[in-house]
Ligand binder design. Structure first.
Ligand SMILES: N[C@@H](CCC(=O)N[C@@H](CS)C(=O)NCC(=O)O)C(=O)O
Length: 326
């Protein structure tokens, strides 16, 4: 694993020395927006109008951030609008590779790259920063639109509505304040919380992250006992953002990231809620446990030096969820 410095690939693991053993995620740098008419979005440049066939997603099935974008592509029926490349889950000294010998991984159909960092080099030959998935690419202008998943899902949610996306608004005006509020603590303590626990290199950093993580899971369990979804009776972006962490929790985070106080299976409401979203049309097809488990257990050599993959639990994902009675 590494990063680009002035456009040159440098193999380097996360630096936690300067932060008392704490993992800090760096901010994404490509922040343009696809909009219905190409006018500029909240950040970045304009010129990215929604069009069928114009954009391409680079994702990893393993990655919870990229997974959000795959789910939105399904929910909004954008499979014919947005093409996808899937990296191999085995991320070693050259970062994310394209390697079709790994089942369900694809090549880079745009540039034929061997590694994802070469796609970033196409976007900016002097780029300095991490080489992350997901990426939304504009095939027409040959530009990287965005590498920030929280913003890509907002684009998929509404920008393509005039060019054939399925109806459905997962960030409706009347719920935006609530969604933003839930997102902020769920992101910090759950989505990123599992990484803070797993990548901690001091006991204090781990203790801090794990306490907040399980406080939040307890809070979510209670909330989902009172209502069907995180902001009430409507599925929103906040649910999808939480869900990509929940689905990885029992098969990976419990053992690999030492998040072992409780399993999602031990939380009746959270588990049923996780099953409900898994059973939504199209969602199961976005879940690839082979990629998920291979990536974490084999790529994070500082945490699991042997690369041995644990056996993993029975997820019981097909059990009826019963959430429609809420
Ligand atoms: N802020 C980014 C984070 C994406 C991210 O961290 N992706 C991970 C995979 S789960 C990655 O590609 N990591 C490679 C690296 O940090 O070198 C987003 O949400 O889009």
């Amino acid at each position: 694993m590494g990063l680009l410095v002035d456009g040159v690939w440098t193999d380097q693991w996360y630096d936690t020395k300067s932060t008392g053993g704490r993992f800090q995620r760096s901010a994404s740098q490509f922040r343009n927006w696809v909009t219905p008419d190409g006018s500029p979005g909240p950040t970045g440049d304009g010129g990215f109008a929604a069009e069928k066939g114009r954009y391409h997603l680079y994702v990893s099935y393993a990655c919870p951030w990229a997974h959000r974008t795959l789910i939105f592509r399904k929910l909004k029926g954008l499979e014919d609008h947005i093409t996808v490349s899937i990296v191999s889950p085995l991320m070693f000294e050259n970062g994310w590779p394209f390697d079709t010998s790994f089942p369900d991984a694809t090549s880079d159909e745009l540039f034929g790259s061997q590694y994802l960092y070469q796609v970033y080099q196409q976007a900016d030959s002097k780029y300095t920063g991490r080489v992350t998935v997901p990426i939304l690419w504009d095939k027409k202008q040959n530009k990287l639109v965005s590498n920030e998943s929280s913003e890509i899902i907002r684009m998929l949610n509404s920008a393509f509505d005039g060019v054939g996306a399925k109806p459905g608004d997962y960030y409706p005006k009347e719920l935006q304040e609530k969604v933003d509020e839930v997102n902020s603590w769920v992101y910090d303590t759950v989505n990123n919380g599992v990484y803070k626990a797993g990548f901690a290199t001091s006991q204090e950093a781990y203790d801090e992250a794990i306490e907040k993580l399980f406080e939040s899971l307890d809070r979510l369990e209670k909330l989902l006992g009172e209502q069907r979804y995180l902001t009430g009776d409507k599925l929103t972006e906040a649910d999808i953002r939480l869900w990509t962490t929940l689905i990885r929790f029992d098969p990976v985070y419990i053992t690999h990231f030492k998040c072992d106080k409780k399993r999602i299976l031990d939380y009746p409401n959270l588990h049923a809620y996780m099953r409900e979203i898994y059973q939504l049309p199209g969602v199961e097809e976005t879940v690839n446990f082979n990629h998920i488990r291979s990536h974490y257990f084999r790529s994070h050599k500082t945490i699991n030096p042997t690369g041995v993959i644990s056996i993993g639990p029975n997820m019981k994902l097909d059990v009826p969820h019963g959430r429609d009675k809420k």
